[in-house]
Design a protein around this ligand. Structure first.
Ligand SMILES: [Fe+2]
Ligand SMILES: [Fe+2]
Length: 413
């Protein structure tokens, strides 16, 4: 049974939650605390799979409380439930909380959030049975920058212009977004100088994925990048996102699917960063073995760690409550036949197929600097999907654009 601990210094809020979730008392074991210290003592006696805490509390605030929970049991999923989305504490909270839920929250939304947490827990325990990767329950939390973008998107006056203004406040981020809008992949080189215009042009989802991936890569030090030779990885991720988007446009998939493909492509290899941060020695060994034996890196990762970077990024995005199709596409980008959700009634391709294809094409023309072997096209599957004859054309176009671009020469990060 899923064990949940709620903490809020206002007894009326807790009473409201208790009433709201009364119907679920047979499936979830729920404990309610007005005092964070008492909650910690309660967790000491009996652990919980999920902790949902208020932010502003006297004595010990939500950040200090969740940090204590993290230190004592990194396996616990930690959410913040708050009515103040612009409080300075929220930025700190994002370093120890996996998600923020806005208060007041409708019962069905809260139940959905808890059910999703239960699914994440089940999935992580499933993966944990086979992996040697001990930090699976302590994956990086969502970066602050991404949190701010999500807050803007969730606010009633959300707009690409508002998002552009947020990006414009960060000089480094503005420069990268403007540079991205000017790449030959979009056919408008040299057209953009203003970050707001660049965001309006690129679209909210692409910018969101770029901000998110920036946040993940920001955990890396220049020494780590150099030692592991992964200087080209971020640019590779970005190109895969752009190519996946082009393929979806060509195949006339819906605007939502096209946007999802660029998000999934941009994030597809972020699991390598998690491995680098959390299992450095073993990941280094996996890279070596992949190079010496000429085996795909994800296969060696599975052999050595029981989990691949693809499965890892899926688990992380699940924890961050990203849309299901993006989780599946990233988790299955090396084994697309395992993905279930088709892109349309007229096509049996999945989003994972598109990401896998874009990944292989990009690996063919320029190595991401990590894998020991260039992945091969699965022509049998491409043939079944009716995509085999257009691969050469997409590869040619991708190489053309790559050659026109200065993007690959200067590291994107
Ligand atoms: Fe990969
Ligand atoms: Fe890749």
């Amino acid at each position: 049974m899923m064990r949940i601990v709620f903490v809020d210094d206002d007894p009326q809020v807790l009473e409201g939650l208790r009433r709201m979730l009364f119907g679920r008392r047979d499936v979830w074991q729920m404990r309610f605390f007005t005092d964070p210290q008492a909650a910690l003592a309660g967790l000491e006696q009996e652990a919980a799979e999920l902790v949902i805490s208020d932010l502003q509390m006297p004595g010990m605030d939500g950040v200090a409380f969740l940090e204590q929970v993290r230190q004592r049991s990194c396996e616990t999923i930690r959410y913040v439930l708050t009515g103040v989305l612009d409080h300075p504490l929220l930025g700190h909270a994002m370093r120890c909380a996996h998600q923020v839920i806005a208060k007041p929250c409708r019962p069905n939304i809260l139940c959905e959030v808890i059910e999703r947490a239960a699914a994440i827990k089940a999935r992580l325990s499933e993966i944990k049975k086979t992996t040697l990767f001990s930090d699976l329950n302590d994956l990086p939390v969502m970066p602050d920058t991404h949190r701010k973008v999500l807050d803007v998107l969730a606010s009633p006056n959300a707009s690409p212009r508002r998002l552009g203004q947020l990006v414009a406040e960060d000089m480094g981020m503005s420069a990268r977004i403007v540079r991205l809008a000017n790449t030959p992949w979009f056919g408008r080189s040299g057209h953009f100088h203003d970050p707001v215009q660049a965001v309006l042009f690129l679209g909210v989802k692409t910018v969101e994925a770029v901000v998110l991936t920036e946040g993940i890569f920001s955990h890396l030090s220049p020494e780590l990048v150099q030692t592991f030779g992964i200087g080209g990885l971020q640019a590779h991720c970005l190109r895969v996102g752009l190519l996946a988007r082009t393929i979806c446009l060509d195949l006339e998939f819906s605007a939502e699917q096209t946007e999802a493909s660029s998000t999934a492509g941009i994030l597809h290899d972020a699991g390598k960063i998690v491995l680098l941060l959390k299992a450095q020695e073993m990941f280094g060994q996996a890279i070596q073995q992949s190079r010496i034996e000429g085996l795909p890196l994800y296969e060696v990762e599975r052999q050595l760690l029981g989990i691949s970077h693809a499965e890892l990024v899926g688990a992380m995005l699940q924890l961050w409550a990203m849309p299901a199709e993006i989780i599946e596409a990233t988790a299955c980008h090396h084994r697309p036949s395992e993905a279930a959700s088709r892109l349309g009634s007229s096509s049996s391709a999945t989003l994972a197929d598109i990401i896998c294809l874009a990944d292989v094409i990009d690996h063919c023309l320029c190595s991401s600097g990590v894998d020991g072997v260039t992945p091969a096209f699965d022509y049998q599957r491409l043939g079944q999907l009716g995509l085999d004859e257009v691969v050469a054309e997409w590869t040619r176009r991708h190489i053309d654009i790559y050659n026109k671009d200065i993007f690959h020469e200067c590291q994107y990060a």
